[in-house]
Write a protein that binds this ligand. Structure first.
Ligand code: SF4
Length: 221
């Protein structure tokens, strides 16, 4: 998922997803550049595994153009093995269908999360914790279509908040009070929060908080 692309470098080792979100920029990109034949049929680019050895950045998003629920078991296995060779680098995964994933063991440098775009999707947070056994869980709220209300943030280690960009009809425009509802709950639980720059205009510049987990190292380099 595209959700944290502005802050973290992407390695699009899998391209394609059949979830069909109306706001999917990855599908639009693929329609434009025709990287793979059918976006609904994900493709694993094994030659990109060596990119996981890149030490330039502390963390990489591996699902910027896919959803972890669409990854085959053998793809996960190959990526997890490569992650184990790079213990000081963090690797981030996102899903919107954690109910379709079952992972009982992950490398310690894996960050597994779900995207929640509305109060109706909060069940994904429980599904994440239930179906993926890992050291680091995270949440992304982007785009947002309503106030998500009260959250169970047990074991959550990082939260990203954003809004939808572009000119799509019916696009989700995040409201300031929705952002601060999440932020206040995160702070009550000592969870770092990253607000994407897209929120400028909704929030004042001095209201934008951009925090990373300490494991990501210096993200400014
Ligand atoms: S889950 Fe992500 S990659 Fe899949 S359709 Fe939705 S936005 Fe696109």
């Amino acid at each position: 998922m595209q959700c944290i692309k502005d802050s973290i470098k992407n390695i699009n080792i899998v391209i394609g997803c059949d979830i069909g979100c109306s706001y999917c920029y990855a599908r639009m990109n693929n329609n434009r550049f025709n990287t793979i034949d059918n976006f609904n049929n994900p493709v694993f680019f094994e030659s990109k595994l060596k990119m996981l050895d890149n030490k330039k950045y502390g963390a990489y998003l591996l699902t910027g153009q896919s959803d972890l629920s669409g990854w085959k078991e053998e793809w996960k296995h190959k990526v997890f093995e490569k992650m184990k060779e790079n213990k000081d680098t963090q690797y981030i995964f996102l899903s919107k269908k954690p109910e379709n994933i079952k992972i009982n063991e992950t490398p310690d440098n894996g960050w597994f999360g779900v995207t929640v775009t509305s109060s109706k999707e909060k069940y994904r947070i429980d599904e994440l914790r239930k179906n993926i056994k890992t050291k680091h869980y995270h949440l992304t709220f982007e785009p947002m279509f309503d106030d998500v209300g009260e959250l169970d943030l047990t074991d959550i280690s990082w939260i990203v908040i954003g809004t939808e960009t572009g000119s799509r009809k019916n696009k989700g425009v995040t409201k300031k009070e929705w952002v601060f509802n999440i932020y206040n709950q995160a702070k009550a639980n000592n969870i770092p929060v990253f607000m994407k720059e897209d929120l400028l205009g909704i929030l004042d510049e001095n209201e934008i908080i951009q925090e990373f987990p300490k494991e990501f190292g210096d993200m400014k380099k």
